[in-house]
Ligand binder design. Structure first.
Ligand code: IMP
Length: 460
């Protein structure tokens, strides 16, 4: 059977931890979209592993598959694998032949494009990993795929076609000189060919390259359990997110079928778990109706207006510190706000959640009151889900509901003794959420360790 894990918010919902909890019974853990923009932290046997590309299941001895919907930076891949091996693990990671490769020119262009956009305050706040430029090449049919790294003639031919276009983009569109860039070699065909041909050899020698759809189908036919691990979150989905402040792939459940090469029914008849952080965080720019305080450079208008509501700023700082809300990949402070229920209704509809995993409930413990946006006011009307345009979303004012806060509790005791040991106020909060989304709560994260999770449902 299959279990699909989907971020219900803006990424950073704590998916890694839930993959870890439910991944125990999985044989194969598949990433179906994104690349090394997906910072995830896995704690295993007291050791903390920070990964950005390798599926978190690989830390626990599962086969990790980077499927065709992913964009793969081979340098990051081998660095992460080598680092895991140095720490005594033996990760088994496979890569889809059809996955697209991130080249150094993609990363450079990501930076150049963001810089150019920042002149008009329209930067996305990307992770700078070359994700957008790589998916752009994929859609434009000039991308280079993992399979091409194993075919020297094809690789050279494609590089010779694409690299001059990238050079022209840098020089003629952005008016920059390649020679003055930090890494001119990123635009040199010979260097790229040699380096990426070598990556191809390594992938081939290690037997890592597979046809993802076929691999997963065979695994299922052999009775294995497959987990699809979505990266990022619903509201940064390129189709269903707040465009253009999105990543360039589909983190929603539909992405698992297209991004792996299995039929919709394979994903749809399995469990689809929506991962929800008990509050909201956001990396980068774009609207956030429930935001508390702000982060310079990311919160729209914050640089000009500065801090407004001191209490909200204090609360944001408190939640940010308690929740460790700093980017795993970039280290930058995340924007923080109350739970946004219209956003979650949108997410639940798109992915068809069969269950919810609510994380970081402990972070809110000790507050007098906890709020949620139950709905929005948009141009004088009450709306209960996310408007389709980002401009409309930016005009939404949250209609807040207030819940009694809950006292601090011992995470280990609650995790050991079960859901009913959660403070009553916390359970009221969770019941409200479950009712609004018409979806049962499968598990609740009450602390950073995998063991500090209250599991109500064994999904397999
Ligand atoms: P990109 O994926 O690097 O192109 O970034 C596009 C947008 O997605 C930016 O707002 C990023 O901050 C956001 N983003 C990308 N990956 C993650 C993630 O793993 N967690 C949260 N936000 C992300």
């Amino acid at each position: 059977m299959t279990v699909t894990i989907v971020g219900a918010q803006l990424g950073d919902e704590g998916k890694g931890c839930i993959v870890d909890v439910y991944g125990e019974a999985a044989d194969v853990v598949v990433r179906y979209q994104g690349g090394d923009n997906a910072g995830h932290t896995v704690v295993h046997e007291g050791e903390e592993y920070k990964l950005s590309l390798v599926p978190s299941g690989a830390v626990r001895g599962k086969v990790g598959l980077l499927a065709n919907g992913c964009v793969v930076n081979p340098e990051t891949l081998f660095n992460e694998l080598d680092a895991l091996r140095e720490r005594g693990l033996e990760p088994d990671v496979r890569v889809a032949e059809r996955a697209h490769v991130i080249f150094p020119y993609h990363r450079t262009l990501d930076g150049i494009e963001e810089e150019a956009k920042s002149e008009t305050d329209s930067e996305i706040g990307t992770t700078g990993r070359g994700i957008g430029p790589t998916y752009e090449d994929k859609a434009a049919r000039r991308g280079i795929r993992v399979g091409d790294l194993l075919a020297p003639e094809t690789l050279r031919e494609k590089l010779e076609r694409v690299v001059p276009q990238k050079r022209a983009l840098v020089e003629e569109v952005y008016g920059l000189s390649i020679g003055e860039l930090e890494s001119p070699a990123a635009f040199d065909v010979d260097t790229l060919f040699e380096t990426y041909r070598e990556f191809g050899r390594r992938l081939e020698t290690a037997g890592m390259v597979v046809d993802a759809g076929g691999y997963v189908t065979d695994a299922l036919a052999a009775g294995q359990n497959v987990m699809f691990e979505g990266a990022q979150g619903t509201v940064i989905d390129i189709d269903h997110g707040n465009y253009p402040y999105v990543t360039s792939s589909n983190p929603t459940a539909g992405g698992a079928t297209v991004g792996t090469g299995v039929a919709p029914g394979v994903v749809g008849t399995g469990e689809v778990i929506g991962i929800v952080k008990a509050y909201l965080s956001r990396v980068g720019s774009g609207p956030m109706p429930t935001e508390l305080g702000g982060v310079a450079g990311d919160t729209p208008g914050y640089d000009e207006q500065g801090a407004g509501d001191e209490q909200a700023e204090e609360l944001a700082t408190y939640i940010r510190e308690e929740g460790g809300e700093y980017g795993t990949v970039t280290g930058r402070p995340r924007r923080v706000g109350w739970l946004d229920v219209p956003m979650l209704r949108h997410a639940a509809r798109i992915s068809g959640f069969t269950g919810l995993a609510v994380n970081h409930l402990d972070v809110l413990a000790g507050l007098d009151e906890v709020r949620v946006a139950h709905s929005y006011s948009l141009d004088g009307e009450e709306v209960k889900t996310l408007p389709a345009t980002t401009e409309a979303w930016a005009r939404c004012d949250p209609n807040l509901r207030t819940f009694d806060g809950w006292p601090a509790f011992d995470a280990d005791t609650v995790a050991a003794e079960g859901y009913d040991r959660l403070p009553e106020q916390a359970r009221d909060y969770l019941t409200y959420l479950s009712n609004q989304l018409d979806t049962p709560i499968y598990c609740v994260g009450v602390g950073p360790d995998r063991e500090q999770t209250v599991v109500r449902e064994d999904v397999w």
